[in-house]
Design a protein around this ligand. Structure first.
Ligand SMILES: Cc1cc2nc3c(=O)[nH]c(=O)nc-3n(C[C@H](O)[C@H](O)[C@H](O)COP(=O)(O)O)c2cc1C
Length: 295
């Protein structure tokens, strides 16, 4: 068994990345049921207790282990960390900032901590702070990006050389070729986001999924939303924001997430996705995605 699968308590070292409100319990449970590792996202909840409800709903659908993501930037993170511990979550990924305050809190509660990093220097710091594993996320990945991105192909082996803890590759992995390539780069597992949006179990609206199917390798862009950027599908709204250099308030976060990601109004907000959109041509079940990957 791979050391990451052992750490997570699952069959394959395949983590379903946190993805805001579209990490619905059905998706998370389907990933864990298929012997991967499902993750609930907590970054965009308007109220911490919503996370407890999501955990309960996921537990109704699977008895296999699943975890959760904590976004350092969210004001609710300290309270959500307490809820995760109370609910018996054993593995947490930390992203979006320094894990310094969270690692001791989580370790005291016997929770394994995986830290998401965009560069080698941040990986080294996270290991020094006690991270149990590093998720090296390349700049081709969907979602939040810094301004000094490094591609997965370079980042993963560089992080593998720089730290002793297991490294999990994220960004650009969509099928068995990407999975094997990540392991060849020295990763002990993978974290996958975008590919899992285009699955039957994901709650994302069909307009979101169909756009993923339609857009090819150049179908994403980096939208500047102030302190960070978002890699998103190059929809007319995202293209306008890039061209005009302006970020309308409504376009990311808050109500725009439900309206665009789940209700399918593509003028209501941008749709985060990675460059791997160029490899996605169907909407299979989660089980089919994972079985193809490990075949
Ligand atoms: C719609 C969407 C939302 C995301 N939200 C989060 C999040 O809340 N927390 C986080 O750590 N990563 C988030 N990510 C990143 C994913 O967890 C994952 O690391 C990334 O998608 C991997 O790259 P890929 O999209 O090329 O598979 C998000 C990605 C997407 C596409």
């Amino acid at each position: 068994m791979s050391k990451v699968a052992e750490l997570l308590g699952c069959g394959y070292p395949i983590i379903q990345g946190a993805m805001g409100n579209i990490c619905n319990p059905e998706l998370v449970a389907a990933v864990s049921e298929a012997d991967g590792f499902g993750l609930l996202a907590t970054a965009f909840v308007s109220e911490p207790e919503m996370v407890r409800t999501q955990i309960h709903e996921t537990k109704k659908l699977t008895r296999k282990p699943f975890g959760a993501n904590l976004q350092v930037m969210s004001q609710h993170t300290p309270k959500i960390a307490e809820i995760l511990a109370e609910e018996g979550i054993r593995v947490v990924t930390v992203s979006g900032g320094s894990p310094k305050a969270l690692i001791p809190f989580l370790h005291e509660r016997a929770i394994t901590v995986l830290v998401v990093v965009p560069t080698v220097s941040v990986a080294v710091k996270a290991e020094a702070l006690g991270a149990d594993a590093i998720i090296a996320e390349g700049s081709e990945s969907g979602g939040i990006q810094g301004f000094n991105g490094v591609s997965t192909m370079v980042l993963v082996p560089a992080v593998v050389d720089a730290v002793k803890v297991p490294v999990i590759a994220a960004g650009g992995i969509g099928d068995s070729r990407g999975y094997k390539a990540a392991l060849d780069l020295g990763a002990s597992g993978v974290q996958i986001g975008t590919r899992f949006i285009a699955t039957l179990e994901c709650i994302a609206h069909l307009n979101y999924k169909n756009t993923l199917l339609e857009y090819e390798d150049t179908g994403t862009c980096l939208v500047n939303v102030g302190p960070f950027q978002i890699r998103a599908l190059r929809t007319p709204l995202a293209a306008k924001m890039v061209n005009e250099g302006e970020t309308p308030e409504f376009s990311f976060g808050g109500n725009s997430i439900d309206a665009s990601w789940i209700q399918g109004d593509l003028d209501a907000g941008i749709l985060p996705a990675g460059e791997v959109t160029g490899l996605i041509h169907d909407i299979p079940s989660v089980k089919e995605v994972i079985e193809e990957m490990v075949k």
